[in-house]
Design a protein around this ligand. Structure first.
Ligand code: NDP
Length: 213
């Protein structure tokens, strides 16, 4: 059984939920990147007794520049059916449910995985699609990118979870409260009031929280 709630964290275009292009991100959104880092990292940094886990697919791992991986102050979990070892500081599983079951605040003494404080699914499309169907997944931190969809030319998309009726968008105040509860106080500072959009690099985007009904 999965012992911790699971959250997706993802940036996607408003209309088609595009998330990637040619194996990489279709944009550069510094404030979104900062929010991603603050939300997924342990509040106490490297000294925290347990750290959040970031769970990703093999292709997303490969898309992280070598100098930035493994993502620091986080337990890096990479899913693959073909590769069994992604190097120091990584943990590999051949299924999502196996990975989620192995992540625990109190792993057994023989476990090679350190204690984990929370679980974030960080992509890509294959992993998100499976995670949406997993019963342990309870929330989505969604950055909505209001872009010219034609111009961005995304080739990778999220499934349209918004229209299934299973997920409910929460008010921005709830997102801010949740981040405070998670001790992500710096992250709260990045979130405009009232769901206002951030404008960066010619793109506009907004942060939102979705919860399973
Ligand atoms: P993924 O990152 O989801 O990786 C897919 C690979 O993961 C598969 O080839 C397989 O590896 C492994 N895998 C998938 N499902 C499972 C499973 N159930 N069990 C074990 N292994 C599994 O690739 P995508 O192509 O879907 O997404 C990558 C794109 O998404 C990139 O463009 C990236 O930049 C983008 N992205 C966007 C984000 C955003 O927020 N906008 C966030 C993250 C990524 P193998 O072939 O080795 O078996």
């Amino acid at each position: 059984a999965v012992q911790l709630p699971v959250a997706l964290i993802v940036a996607a275009t408003h209309a088609s939920l595009g998330i990637g292009r040619a194996g990489t991100l279709p944009w550069r959104l510094p404030t979104d990147m900062a929010l991603f880092r603050l939300v997924t990292s342990a509040p106490g940094g490297s000294t925290a007794s347990s750290q959040p886990a970031v769970v990703m697919g093999r292709k997303s791992w490969e898309s992280i520049p070598k100098k930035f991986r493994p993502l620091r102050n986080r337990v890096n979990v990479v899913l693959s059916r073909t590769v069994t070892d992604f190097g120091p500081g990584t943990h590999t599983f051949s299924s999502l449910s196996q990975a989620l079951s192995a992540l625990s605040p109190t792993p057994p003494p023989a476990s090679t995985i350190p204690p984990v404080s929370s679980i974030y699914i960080i992509g890509g499309a294959e992993i998100y699609t499976e995670a949406f169907k997993h019963p342990a997944t309870s929330r989505v931190f969604l950055t909505t990118v209001y872009a010219d969809e034609e111009a961005l030319q995304c080739d990778t998309f999220l499934p349209d979870f918004r229209s299934t009726g299973e997920w409910e968008q929460k008010p921005t105040a709830d997102l801010r409260r949740l981040l405070n509860d998670l001790e992500c106080h710096e992250a709260v500072q990045l979130i405009p009031e009232d769901g206002d959009r951030v404008k960066e690099n010619g793109l506009e985007y907004a942060f939102s929280l979705w919860e399973k009904r």
